[in-house]
Design a protein around this ligand. Structure first.
Ligand SMILES: [Fe+2]
Length: 151
């Protein structure tokens, strides 16, 4: 069985992870106002998580006999925090999709499946977290309204 199809797909994943490094770092750099206190560190942590995944995937591509890409896709950036959270959720959802596909492609190679599943679990945690953060943003606004009503 040729490794090429899985190597090509892992390279698409690697490109996505490099995009995450730049996109999250940029979000951490530019976030301003009171939320900077919370989100600058959170976004930089997410950049580090993407870097960690890039490292794992790059090493695996070489182990499979391929050459890792050193390019990334365009990043999405905004000064609007809720928009950044939307970009982040989309980024994590895309990662879940890509790793799920990689797992399907790796069927029959148990060790590779387990390796990919470990990362998939973290990507899904990212989806769950950003889903909740976006919900909390809406909830805060609703909370203000209901306070105004009762007050
Ligand atoms: Fe990742």
């Amino acid at each position: 069985m040729s490794n090429q199809p899985i190597i090509d797909h892992l390279n698409e994943i690697l490109k996505h992870e490099w995009t995450g490094v730049a996109q999250y770092a940029q979000a951490g750099f530019i976030v301003e106002g009171v939320w900077r206190e919370v989100y600058a560190e959170k976004f930089l942590d997410d950049a580090k998580e993407s870097f960690g995944h890039a490292q794992l995937i790059g090493d695996k591509i070489v182990a499979l006999g391929g050459v890792p890409v050193a390019t990334r896709n365009e990043i999405k950036q905004s000064r609007d925090l809720s928009e950044v959270l939307e970009f982040s959720l989309a980024f994590e959802s895309k990662a879940v999709e890509m790793y799920s596909k990689a797992i399907e492609m790796a069927e029959g190679d148990r060790a590779l499946v387990v390796f990919l599943e470990d990362i998939l679990k973290e990507e899904q945690e990212g989806v769950d977290e950003y889903t909740k953060l976006l919900r909390q943003t809406a909830g805060s606004a609703a909370g203000t309204t209901s306070t105004a009503k009762t007050g």
